[in-house]
Ligand binder design. Structure first.
Ligand code: QUE
Length: 358
């Protein structure tokens, strides 16, 4: 049992509250181990007509997976610590199985992404039927900056964003607000943050027998207007630059653009792990043609390759441990990341491959 995630029945709603506000509700293994069985039970319980997920506090829905805990366990394993390393295997496996459960959840699943929603928090929201954004929403897949890749189903949902937006988000970790999220279809509705409690009360009192459309009717009563999408201004340039199969071609295209936006984007890319950039681009191109379950199996292979490698440990050190924000990536340049290194990330794990228990 943990009080880091709370479950309540309110009328026909199952309400989940991610409850680590001081850690921006970052998702840890204890929370995953409480959440998954509860979702499975609610899927079968006829009294529960819909699930709502929200974050405690006023800053975050969920800032990501608890990668710091994974880092500590992986570092201990590298030093030869007795029994260490289990988290580097189990955290990703159980997180992806939870993402799988949400994707296949048979009832409306409403994520209220009223605040920071990154990495693992994206995996708890985008796979459900409804994503409600507010003026406090800050959304990103920032993993290339910590030597990882956009996981939690990024292989599946990013290639399905309009145009080349998904590739842009994956490689750069660009941050989107509510209007951008409506533009991309990542959010399904906008409402002002101050309206969230009233929405929950309204959902709690509603019949909710009509599935997703019944939720839409209630949400429509609270809807607001987020204003224009900033990303729309760069949409044509994103589509021109981010459609290539190679990262070098993307960089060439950005250099040809010559705009302030292109210069900022080039600077951002130059700070990301070169290995992560190449693996991520390949991941998205393969994911575009995969079903959800195969995409998650691929991601588990990638996660384990990152646990065997260098850049995840260095990325977390630089961003979350020492906070010097100057990771020393290895290999240090895109040219030094050869195809064999990229391909090795996608190799099957045999007995340890992700399985959905079919
Ligand atoms: C990139 C990331 C993450 C990140 C920072 C990045 C990420 C993540 C966290 C995070 C935030 C707050 C916490 C915590 C982890 O930061 O995935 O434990 O309390 O989870 O630059 O991908």
């Amino acid at each position: 049992m943990t009080d880091e995630i709370l479950f309540e029945r309110r009328g026909a709603l199952g309400l989940v509250t991610l409850n680590r506000p001081k850690a921006l509700n970052a998702l840890n293994l204890a929370m995953i181990r409480a959440f998954s069985p509860r979702l499975r039970a609610w899927a079968e319980d006829p009294a529960v007509r819909a699930v709502v997920v929200r974050g405690a506090g006023d800053r975050a829905f969920c800032a990501g997976g608890d990668v710091l805990a994974v880092w500590e366990d992986g570092m201990a394993a590298r030093r030869g610590g007795d029994g260490a390393g289990a988290l580097t295997r189990d955290f990703f496996r159980e997180e992806y199985l939870l993402n799988h459960c949400i994707h296949h959840f048979p009832k409306p699943y409403v994520a209220v992404i009223d605040g920071i929603t990154m990495g693992g928090g994206v995996g708890l929201s985008v796979h459900g039927s409804h994503r409600i954004a507010t003026e406090r929403t800050l959304f990103a897949m920032p993993e290339t900056g910590i030597g990882l890749f956009p996981d939690v189903g990024g292989s599946w949902f990013l290639p399905r964003c309009p145009g080349r937006i998904g590739t842009y988000l994956a490689l750069t970790g660009a941050r989107l607000g509510a209007a951008d999220l409506l533009h991309t279809g990542i959010a399904t509705a906008y409402l002002p943050s101050e309206g969230v409690e009233a929405l929950l009360a309204d959902l709690e009192g509603a019949e909710l027998g009509g599935g997703a459309p019944a939720i839409d009717v209630v949400v429509a009563r609270h809807r607001g207007d987020p204003g224009p999408a900033a990303i729309a201004e760069n949409r044509a340039a994103i589509d021109r630059c981010f459609g290539f199969e190679g990262i070098e071609e993307i960089i060439d295209a950005l250099q040809r653009e010559g705009t302030d936006w292109a210069k900022v984007t080039l600077t951002v890319l130059s700070q990301m792990s070169p290995t992560s950039l190449k693996v991520t681009l390949r991941q998205l191109r393969i994911g575009a043609g995969m079903g959800f379950d195969d995409a998650m199996r691929m991601e588990y292979r990638l996660s384990q390759a990152c646990m065997r490698g260098h850049d995840f440990y260095e990325g977390i050190r630089a961003v979350l441990v020492d906070k010097d924000k100057t990771p020393k990536w290895q290999p240090a340049t895109l040219e030094a990341v050869d195809d064999a290194l990229v391909e090795s990330h996608f190799a099957p794990l045999g007995e340890r491959d992700l399985s959905f228990g079919e």
